[in-house]
Ligand binder design. Structure first.
Ligand SMILES: NC(=O)c1ccc[n+]([C@@H]2O[C@H](COP(=O)([O-])OP(=O)(O)OC[C@H]3O[C@@H](n4cnc5c(N)ncnc54)[C@H](OP(=O)(O)O)[C@@H]3O)[C@@H](O)[C@H]2O)c1
Length: 246
């Protein structure tokens, strides 16, 4: 049976790959993101779109109204919205502490608040039995990524997912987290990736390659399947072994 699938960050990268997979099953997909033109150009057959900044409660209320009108029930909720903050507006002040405050606030808003607000707005609409909530974390939540802010903002989703899994389990809804390593062909790094860094990141894997959006989408798709009905409150790493080292 066709399912209603809501995907934040669904216009690009991992969210878009997931949207294509679910749409290929005949599911009805709703793509969310801030840039309306990116959502409109995503090219997912039959997808609905709704542009909103999901770190703003007012805009999330608008999304919830849209979902109520168009879907009623949500079968699968995927939180792919996020980023490291490098593509966001920089701090206005040169003061080092102002820059730290800005970086941590931006990362919290992009990665934690977007996912928590959308979940809280839609959790009463999740299908029971069978609803699925899926968060995107990162290898950075396990080992850092530079400033600490991005990894910390992603790590904050883990206990939230565990609480939610306990809360929603009695309604036969599962909640899981997928934590990718380096994934190419997304908007995540903008134009900041260089050959040496790419080689270093690939060198950390046991598989000798970068992840693809399709790798992560396939894991999300499995966790959303009926077959994964007894998997809940887990953080699944998809990184070619990079977090363990070799
Ligand atoms: N690529 C990697 O190597 C990697 C590794 C580990 C984890 N991840 C995580 O995987 C997820 C998907 O990232 P990606 O690699 O696919 O990068 P991406 O292409 O940049 O996707 C991120 C999406 O989030 C949306 N977004 C950002 N802030 C938002 C907000 N406030 N409200 C609504 N939408 C927002 C962006 O669209 P708008 O800018 O139009 O809003 C964009 O479509 C992210 O959570 C990321 O942290 C990525």
């Amino acid at each position: 049976m066709a399912r209603n699938v809501v995907i934040s960050g669904g216009g690009t990268g991992i969210g878009l790959a997931a949207a294509q997979l679910f749409a290929g099953d005949g599911d009805q997909v709703l793509l969310l993101g801030r840039r309306a033109e990116v959502l409109a150009d995503a090219g997912v057959p039959g997808a609905l779109t709704c542009a909103a900044d999901l770190s703003d409660p007012r805009e999330v209320r608008g999304v919830a109204d849209f979902v109520a009108r168009e879907f009623g029930t949500v079968d699968v909720l995927i939180h792919s919205a996020g980023g490291s903050g490098i593509l966001e507006t920089p701090a206005e002040s040169d003061d080092p502490l102002d820059a730290v405050a800005h970086n941590w606030t931006v990362n919290f808003r992009l990665n934690t608040l977007t996912a928590v607000l959308l979940t809280e707005a839609l959790k009463g609409r999740l299908a029971e039995p069978g609803g699925r909530v899926l968060f995107l974390s990162s290898i950075a939540a396990f080992r850092g990524s530079g400033s600490g802010a991005y990894g910390a903002a992603k790590a904050a989703l883990h206990p939230y997912a565990h609480e939610l899994a306990r809360q929603l389990g009695p309604r036969a809804i599962t909640v899981n987290v997928v934590a990718p390593g380096y994934v190419e062909d997304t908007g995540f790094f903008g134009d900041t990736m260089d050959a040496a860094r790419r080689e270093r990141l690939i060198g950390e894997t046991s598989t000798g390659r970068a992840g693809t959006p399709g790798d992560i989408a396939a894991t999300l798709h499995f966790l959303a399947s009926h077959a994964a009905g007894h998997i809940t409150s887990q953080v699944i790493q998809v990184n070619g072994g990079a977090e363990r080292g070799h």
